[in-house]
Ligand binder design. Sequence first.
Ligand code: SF4
Ligand code: SF4
Length: 389
Amino acid sequence: MSALAKPGLLSDIKQFGDVDVSACFSCGNCTAVCPLAQSDGTFPRRMIRYAQVGMKDALLSSKELWTCYHCGLCSDTCPTEADPGGFMAAARRYAIASYDRTRLARTMYTRPVLGTGVAILLALFFALFMYASHGPQSAASLALFRFIPEGLIHRAGVVVMVIVALAGLAGIATMALGISRRERSRRQAGDGAARGGLWRALWVAIGVESLGQRRYRADCATVQEERPWYRRRWLIHAATMWGFLGLLLATVLDYGLALLGVKATGSPVAIWYPTRLLGTVAGIALIYGVTMFIVDRLRHDGQAARRSETSDWTLLVLLWITGVTGFLVEIALYLPQAPAWGYWVFLLHVSVAMELVLLAPFMKFAHAVYRPVALYFLARTDQTARGGE
Ligand code: SF4
Ligand code: SF4
């Protein structure tokens, strides 16, 4: 790994969030209050130091960068108002942009007008592309799903998935290689970090931490206790994540059932039909989580919501439109006759959902993959990962 310092790293990171940690004098207050810091006393200060001295490679290969949930305790108590929590969030955006070779992520983060334009144009492209092959509008409720040919949606969906998988895997490989190299050189230098079991690490990273939100729920509890249970950030975060994953799973299963000839996509089924039920519950969770995130940001409620980047809004708006239009389509499907508005809502839903998935590796959403990867590496060390490095 190159140990060359990158001049201007701090100002580059600043483009990803309005934070300035140049005033940090490493007093250690943030470490003392951070619920994720460990006894060696370097988290999150070490990340700040890397940025101050231009150690880009060290910063990008720090798995600890992804353990922070931006609770904001450290920012509240920083004597120089350096906003270490905000810095960690900006550094993660910087990392997502750095892992992405296409530079689309950098554009989405650092050029808000252009990024918003890309998002709008992409939605328009999908809408026009689908509309060009649209079928007839009739009163029959099944006609709603025939408006955009099923085969076209599936083929476009497969292309989108392939692009996302390639972009996502390239980013993960860059990140994982960086962390692996660093871990290896630390082991060679005799700096702790013996490797634990692979399966246990996978279970901890994916099951316990990512799906179960253990640390967000338990370790960051002090900050969350001030809120009623239904507004706690871990729950809002989890509802959004579970909702999105549930909807993705319901879509894939629906596609699988159509391929197997069990049922055609969009054919009317009872509300308790497994894929329908999964989609409905996941949709409610997604809309709840995203709406709460939006409310928090509008109210500037909590450190993480005090300042919003345009990219934060882009993601939230796309998620919200996807969730709400999905429900409207479901309502239209159960009406005795397909309503005229149902066709346009269906077109909007499909277009925005495809755009959302396509842009996932280039927006904040990418952390849903990078965080588990980092947590996996953390779980494989003896320290079992609480931020110490
Ligand atoms: S509390 Fe502020 S000044 Fe002190 S180490 Fe943390 S970021 Fe730096
Ligand atoms: S989890 Fe992040 S935001 Fe919260 S105190 Fe620790 S470093 Fe700061």
